[in-house]
Design a protein around this ligand. Structure first.
Ligand code: SF4
Length: 351
């Protein structure tokens, strides 16, 4: 293996998908320590990945904003061409992704057989519907002979700069790291049918607070209002809302310091996994068998079993198709609260 190899991973997907792709760049870095590894990503994910030890450059493609349309696509192609990559690895299955690396003249292009642009790839890899997304993406390294077995989990290293910000914010909010078990709740999701109802998060937060835990609410700016309402409903000083107050990387640093993260099937699930924090994931319209469940040894998933309508959408939806939303409404907080308290208690006994 030579140090002159140049790899480009093209994955303009949601943030969670980008995190689950990280084992690909980690495995490439392990196999080719001196290679150049670039990633094409959406703006939000770009800032999360910049500076990762397995990534040399993040090429931001704002396909829904400033790079929208044919002009933006051609600018992207020109930028990619200038990178002189030898190999493109394309987990994203849109025809646009395949076209971009083909137009850019990258000689070897590896993607899935199920990609809309599969005929444009030089190497086509079977997409395994029953596998975890991490393993599906890692399979794209098979044509290169890269063995990924020891880098199956995404990894975010600590960042002193992000740690300093989290320290400062924690200081401002008062006593966040005072010794009480810190538990993060992440109630947001792009999709309505992936969101556990806010009243369930309120019940969980109240139960955790009553047991002596500190609760922090995390999410993006779009989650701020909902988290404000959850914090207000708790009416308790042990609940702090930091949704929208931190960047993605700072949020990752905060999650690193938590004993537990309770999250929907959304990006915080995967970010928590990448910083090694135990994760309880709530699944509604989707199920872990789709390949996006948590990977940690103590992680757990929760969902209502036995619903004939479930799962109803591979990515979630904007409304419940049958109007009951039983998959989330009937998922009461009691079991999750008890499991969280058991985890905290075990941790206390370990010390
Ligand atoms: S159809 Fe069933 S699984 Fe889908 S959102 Fe409604 S209750 Fe949930």
């Amino acid at each position: 293996m030579t140090g002159s190899r140049r790899f480009l991973v093209f994955h303009t997907a949601f943030i969670g998908d980008l995190v689950l792709m990280l084992p690909v760049t980690q495995a490439l870095r392990a196999a080719y320590p001196d290679a150049w590894i670039g990633v094409v990503a959406i703006p939000a994910a770009g800032s999360l990945l910049a500076g990762h030890p397995s990534i040399d450059d993040v090429i931001v493609y704002d396909k829904k904003g400033s790079d929208r349309g044919a002009g933006g696509f051609l600018r992207l192609v020109s930028r990619i061409r200038s990178l002189h990559a030898h190999v493109a690895i394309v987990p994203h299955r849109s025809v646009r992704s395949a076209l971009a690396v083909w137009f850019a003249g990258i000689p070897r292009r590896i993607g899935f057989t199920t990609s809309a642009g599969a005929p444009l790839f030089t190497d086509r890899v079977a997409y395994l519907p029953a596998a975890h997304e991490v393993d599906r993406d890692l399979a794209l390294l098979t044509p290169l002979g890269v063995d990924p077995h020891d880098v199956r989990r995404p990894y975010f290293p600590p960042s002193p700069a992000d740690a300093a910000v989290v320290d400062r914010v924690a200081g401002l909010t008062g006593g966040m790291f005072t010794g009480a078990p810190l538990i993060a709740l992440a109630p947001g999701s792009v999709w309505f049918t992936k969101r556990w109802p806010a009243r369930h998060f309120v019940s969980l937060a109240l139960g955790l607070g009553a047991a002596g835990c500190r609760v922090v609410l995390v999410g993006g700016p779009e989650d701020r209002t909902m988290c404000d309402q959850i914090a207000a409903a708790c009416g308790d000083a042990s609940v702090t809302n930091l949704a929208g107050a931190l960047t993605l990387r700072q949020s990752a640093e905060l999650l690193r310091r938590c004993r537990l993260v309770v999250t929907n099937d959304s990006a915080p699930l995967h970010i928590a996994g990448a910083v090694g924090t135990t994760t309880f994931a709530v699944f509604g319209a989707t199920v872990p068998a789709f390949g996006f469940g948590p990977l940690g040894p103590f992680d757990r998933t929760f969902g209502v079993e036995g619903l004939s309508c479930r799962p109803c959408a591979i990515h979630g939806g904007t409304r419940c198709p049958i109007g009951t939303f039983d998959c989330m409404e009937r998922l009461a907080p009691d079991e999750i609260l008890q499991a969280a308290l058991d985890l905290v208690q075990e941790h206390r006994e370990e010390r």
